[in-house]
Write a protein that binds this ligand. Structure first.
Ligand code: NAD
Length: 365
């Protein structure tokens, strides 16, 4: 039997608790994993004086695949976000966020089964920004005003949106490859090419080109504002959505809301050659740290994605099935999945994991 060595980043706040619950559930699938534990972010600063110890980076390089608990980002010491830095360091260009309704989770909508593929590196989030009062802003403004033959207000700050052919091609290809590998039938490219003709226009043109290589998968496009309305009114018409960074960020949270909120939504950041970091979408919920209270479901679902990614598809399917069963029964679930938030029958993080492990044993039997 293959033994997989994977990087494990417990994170901080409630991270270590949900990570512990998740690895117990993953191991209960029977897949053999050696966890290479590493610290990044706040715990790493405390232990090693840096948010990115070389040992953690080397571990991801070596193992290629990691499971990560949430990391608190408000460090206020010279870098914006360890999560963003991690994506940049490993060129994790694809943010994969499946959004599915599970019976037992209260949702504003009926049956939803969507996959959001968000470009993770480019667009307005590339971090190319010029602040008021800086000489760089004056320089950039002068160049832009000359080239675009237009005037900008003097009190305007500037953020640059860039979208490349390479970046668009690889994210759209990723969406189609995901569709093929996971039995999906349609990819929708989401954009605002009617207004941003050169950046979003390029994204749309490349999407159309890539689509020609996948004749078995239906391809269409939607303007992002219309897409938001349609997702609320008739989400069943959509399957895999591929979006540039900014729209992907917003639309993926919209869709997470439609399936019951961030507490039940998994995510993955994936790069070239199979490099990938799997995580929950929610943050470190620090106010509940150490209380055995929060829901590990989102990270467990990310664990199911990870198992499929490393070639353990059947185990990933079983884990998702077991989580869905626990939630559908609705007894051994955390406070957030109970009809009333102060329901005394709500269980803790550990007991939710116990219930999932019990369901896994029943599926095995
Ligand atoms: P959060 O997601 O941590 O928590 C917001 C609220 O949502 C919590 O107070 C709690 O009521 C609820 N919640 C979150 N996760 C839950 C769970 N698993 N079960 C039950 N309830 C849950 O958002 P925040 O308070 O804005 O962020 C806290 C920190 O996490 C910040 O520093 C933020 O930047 C960071 N963050 C990290 C990631 C990441 O590591 N990928 C993602 C988002 C936010």
């Amino acid at each position: 039997m293959t033994v997989h060595t994977l990087t494990l980043i417990p994170g901080d706040g409630t991270g270590p608790e949900i990570v512990e619950a998740t690895i117990r559930a993953i191991e209960a699938t029977g897949v053999q994993i050696t966890w290479d534990r590493q610290e990044i972010g706040v715990p790493a600063i405390e232990k090693f004086g840096t948010p990115f110890p070389q040992a953690a980076l080397d571990s991801i390089k070596r193992n290629k695949v990691g499971l990560k608990g949430p990391l608190t980002t408000e460090l206020g010491k010279g870098f914006r976000s360890v999560n963003v830095a991690l994506r940049k360091e490993f060129d994790l260009y694809a943010n994969l966020r499946p959004a599915k309704t599970y019976p037992g989770v209260r949702t504003p909508m009926g049956n939803i089964d969507l996959v959001i593929v968000r470009e993770n590196i480019e667009d307005l989030y590339a971090g190319i920004e010029f602040d008021l009062g800086t000489p760089e802003l004056a320089e950039v403004r002068a160049v832009i005003e000359k080239a675009a033959k237009t005037k900008m207000r003097e009190d305007a700050a500037i953020s640059i949106k860039y979208i490349s052919e390479m970046g668009s091609r690889r994210i759209v290809k990723f969406a189609f490859e995901y569709a093929v590998a996971n039995g999906r039938t349609k990819v929708t490219a989401v954009h605002k090419a009617n207004v941003m003709k050169f950046t979003d226009g390029l994204f749309l043109r490349i999407a159309g080109e890539v689509a020609k290589d996948y004749p078995a998968i239906e391809f269409e496009d939607r303007i992002v504002d219309n897409m938001c309305m349609q997702l609320v009114q008739k989400p069943e018409l959509y399957d895999v959505l591929v979006l540039p960074n900014l729209y992907g960020d917003i639309v993926s949270d919209l869709v997470a809301g439609l399936v019951g909120g961030l507490g039940v939504a998994p995510g993955a950041n994936i790069g070239e050659n199979g490099v990938a970091v799997f995580e929950a979408i929610h943050g470190s919920a620090p106010k509940y740290a150490g209380q055995n209270k929060v829901n590990p479901m989102a990270l467990m679902l990310a664990g199911a994605l990870m198992l499929r990614h490393i070639g353990e598809r059947a185990a990933g399917d079983r884990l998702e099935q077991a989580i869905a069963a626990v939630v559908a029964i609705g007894k051994d679930v955390t406070y957030d999945l109970k009809p009333e938030r102060d329901d005394p029958t709500a269980v803790g993080t550990k007991e939710f994991a116990d219930a999932v492990i019990k369901q896994l044993a029943a599926i095995h039997a």
